[in-house]
Design a protein around this ligand. Sequence first.
Ligand code: HEM
Length: 375
Amino acid sequence: MTHDPIDRLDEWLRRDFVRINTALEEAYFAERIDVIRGRPDLEALKRQLLQQGGQLMERLADMPALPDHPHASYRLLGLVGHYLAACQRHEAPLSDRDGGRQAAWTISARIGRALGVAPRFVFAHQSLFNEAIAGRYRTFTSLPDEEVFIRYNALGVLAYYRAAEALRGIANIGVSSVVAAYLFDQAEAALCDVLRFNQDLARQLDVERFFFNIRPYFKTYRVGDVDYRGANAGDFSAINEIDITLGVCSMDDPFYRAIVREKFAHVPPDDQQVLRSLDRRPSLAWLFRSECDAHGATPEWTANAESFLAVCRAHGAAYAFHHQRLVKAYVEAPSKTATSAHTAGVTSSGPPLDEVMAMLQRLQRLRTARPDIGF
Ligand code: HEM
């Protein structure tokens, strides 16, 4: 057995932590409720969670220094955050005696300050900083639905990054360049992959399992004297980079600007650089308009304009699917009929659900509109 406190925590998260969470989830699911308090057998499991996790937190706090490398530090923030998120999810209150509260808060706050990120577990810790060992990445439970959810979310995020990277190169070679056609095709293919992954997810993920046993791990939790809003799968830069590069959204629009600002502390450090650069980017829609005004619609311009509009359509289709078939089916519909016993209610990231729905609806309108390219 390893003596390194970080490795010990990782091992625990992959074994006993999963066993405890899964047993609790099965009990909640049997009653179709999102948490149960006061039942002796379940309270015993929650005590195990706090006692075992608390000891590991204390051992981390005894380490002479936290990892130097930013990625290793960020990973550790996620490991500690997995534990804090699970305690919050089960309403198992940490104290300094049980749960290593102060140790967990101090480590999280130190890493958060050093990296300039929210000192909590975010979705990237599950999708992008979650190394598989013998084929298994970290999950809260051993429920197949959770594995499916993480897998297709991670694939969707990677496909968004791929589209963003292809589009990033186009401004430098010009929208009438024959070479740009290749990058437009890459971006369109990647966005079609996003749609495909979302469809696969919708086919395989059970609505009740998601609602009762998966989403509750993404709730707001406290570090020190601040409550940090919940994790959500949208906390990565690529989708915003795509919006701004295509020109379907603008940083001059206060609604959109506020969304980018708000997610800043919840994306990984490298993504923050990208979000920072969005203010200075010319949109491809604007480049198409300028070139058409100056030189007319040459055959190269026309061919690329068609490819560009195909990319925009693919982006809109993937996002419309997210809104209509994921958000509505997996969050809005069950929240109307299912019972929540959790004190925090059903949303993950903080605002009331109807506000979140209105915000997402507006984003859907922007992303599905045809941009003006001057022709
Ligand atoms: C069952 C699957 C999913 C559900 C139920 C879901 C639900 C939601 C909800 C309710 C929000 C609003 C923020 C919050 O309160 O949590 C959101 C935001 C977001 N989600 Fe998902 N989501 C799912 C999967 C995905 C996937 C696979 C992706 C893409 C990789 C994705 C991308 C986004 C993005 C980018 C946002 C931020 C808002 C925006 O820019 O549109 N989601 N999602």
